[in-house]
Design a protein around this ligand. Sequence first.
Ligand code: SF4
Length: 388
Amino acid sequence: MQMFDMLHLFFSITPMTADICIPRPKQDMNLSLQELYDLPEDEVIARIHDLRTELGDNLLILGHHYQREEVIGFADITGDSLKLAQEAAKTKAPYIIFCGVHFMAEMADVLTSDSQTVILPDPAAGCSMADMANDEQVQRCWGELFQVINADEEVTPVTYINSTAALKAFCGEHDGIVCTSGNAKRVLTWAWNKREKILFFPDQHLGENTALTMGITDEDMIIWDPFKPMGGNSEADIKRAKLILWKGFCSVHQLFKPEHATTMRHNHPDIQILAHPECSREVCETSDFVGSTEMIIKHVAAAAAGSKFAIATELNLVNRLRINHPEHQIWFLSPTVSMCSTMFRTDPPHLCWAMQEILGDKQYHQVAVPASQQNMALVSLNNMLNLG
Ligand code: SF4
């Protein structure tokens, strides 16, 4: 690099946000992703530390529980997707790097102010479950329901937070609501108080497992397969159903099987099986405790020393629980590895690459939800947040 270019880099101001002044880095930080991969890992880590110092309060790094150790160590806040988006909204940091997946970054963009830019380190980090219901499919489903019932009067749409902003906006437009794995029961109660039927997407299992704890029977539930006419249901099925469950699932949590719990109990009769409600009904029914990621973390933390747990949720979280709680014995429920491959896409080179971007003049990674979608997504999110 020529001396003039170096001086120019050092003294110039980032063009990304006009009213925020971030000095350019003192060294060449504009390496390509490939160049970052070609560096030894400790050099990438050192560069992240340098960038972190350089960016100071202008940057907030969020780390979802399922992120790998090398990344979560850089997070200013760790948590589930809703907590992270809400915490980001409480700050004034102009740049937010969300180490998570796409729908999470979208939600952070919806909840934060217009002067904050949300960045996803790897734009390809999606969520296979969120991808199982898109706006077009849900609109088609709504239209098909209308052929049998008056959907606007009879159905409350409920979307799991693991969904696109477009689907949250759909729920906002149709007087529906968002739910998390921690508040699904309260949300379903709210939704049934409004109308007699619920259309729940995209995760069949969270809807089914929650409804079963509320006394809803198999007779009351139908599955909606988006690839079949009328979701694969008869008119009588649709008229009868109280709960219409979208045929979607988490590719990680579906790998746990009830026989894994059987084996664990055989080997350790005093073990407790903990499962996330995205697991199948059969796994949840055989578990001692079913709860969201945050609930599982709290359950383990509150247990008497010497407790034994086998946990059915994402591997990185289970490994972290094992590290943080040496007083317990903790196993991953499945004998095979099941980690979220899209969460795993965020590694130190991607984090470094995204941080460079804030100081550079390229915008590969910003996640921005269109204003009209933001407004309607906020309606369904606020319906949930108002439940407390
Ligand atoms: S663990 Fe499952 S639901 Fe969560 S981001 Fe990965 S694929 Fe999506």
